[in-house]
Design a binder for this molecule. Structure first.
Ligand code: FAD
Length: 264
């Protein structure tokens, strides 16, 4: 059995700053980490692998430094890491990203299960997983919050869609996207950290995928959508005044509430 886990390296959103002039995230302003939902995707794969001896391959598209995230995935238990990196991939929108990742999945071949996070904490569209399933022509189940059972042929999951819980069975090959409720990701073990240090991350650029990847459907020129501007929403300043517990203030508070139309 072969499981491919999609791992995106994202900036630490608590610390990242926005470049107001260019309307972009200033990625140099903060450290990076594995997209938190992708840690749940990896943990799902590792738990299945423990019972089935499935091979777990972590796959990422990103700049060369995304190699660190793949090493971390190996430190957490993945068997192999593949990084898709090329200047031709830069500026890809979600569909172009899905085109590139699905070409790599086709090149890996013979996969049973592809697991993605439900969304990222930076782009946050939640589209990449289902779009990859579309490109590969395989079914997908999104919003998976519990893995109920699996065999070598299919998987039973609980999918939470608009607060409705659906028990679904998917036949391999299939793609699922998982929520944070599906499990608690493990930490890297000492043994796997040592393994990750020595691990060679496989790197594929456009040349390695060109037989199955259309150059006109990737990168900024192959993207149908364009980010025109990113704006930071202005935060409403709150006015506050403290009234101590004293009866004479009650009428004053009532007046303030009436003036602001909180009370009629
Ligand atoms: C016009 C345009 C230009 C852009 N230019 C750039 C740019 O120059 N640089 C840039 O960094 N971003 C750029 N982006 C953002 C980029 O398209 C998204 O980061 C990317 O498509 C993933 O979308 P998302 O973050 O919404 O993923 P989601 O759909 O929210 O992610 C769902 C899951 O898909 C998987 N996944 C998503 N992305 C990857 C990945 N790269 N590798 C592996 N797995 C992944 C993960 O498992 C993730 O949890 C651009 C977007 C647009 C629209």
């Amino acid at each position: 059995m072969k499981i491919i886990v999609l791992i995106k390296q994202v900036p630490d959103m608590e610390k990242v700053k926005f470049d107001k002039e260019k309307g972009r995230i200033n990625r140099a302003s903060a450290g990076t980490e594995i997209n938190p939902f992708d840690l749940n995707a990896l943990e799902t794969a590792l738990q299945i692998s423990e019972k089935t001896e499935a091979e777990v391959i972590a796959l990422s598209m990103g700049p060369p430094q995304a190699e660190e995230s793949l090493k971390e995935a190996i430190a957490r238990g993945a068997h192999e890491g593949i990084l898709l990196s090329d200047s031709k991939f830069g500026g890809s929108d979600v569909k172009a990203t899905a085109n590139i990742l699905s070409a790599a999945i086709k090149k890996i071949g013979n996969y049973d299960l592809v697991i993605a996070g439900i969304q990222t904490v930076d782009g946050d569209t939640g589209q990449v997983g289902p779009e990859i399933a579309g490109c590969l022509g395989i079914p997908h189940i999104s919003n998976v919050e519990c893995i109920k059972d699996y065999t070598l042929n299919n998987i039973d999951v609980v999918s939470n869609v608009w607060e409705g819980l659906y028990l679904k069975r998917g036949k391999f090959p299939i793609l699922i996207t998982v929520t944070k409720d599906v499990n608690t990701p493990r930490l890297p073990s000492f043994k796997n950290k040592m393994k990750a240090r020595k691990a060679e991350i496989t790197k594929w650029n456009f040349e390695e995928l060109k037989e199955i990847l259309d150059e006109t459907k990737i990168g900024i020129n192959g993207s149908a959508t364009k980010v025109k501007k990113i704006e930071i929403p202005s935060q409403n300043k709150r006015d506050g005044k403290v009234y101590r517990d004293n009866d004479i203030y009650i009428s004053e508070i009532l007046n303030v509430l009436k003036e602001n139309k909180v009370l009629q």
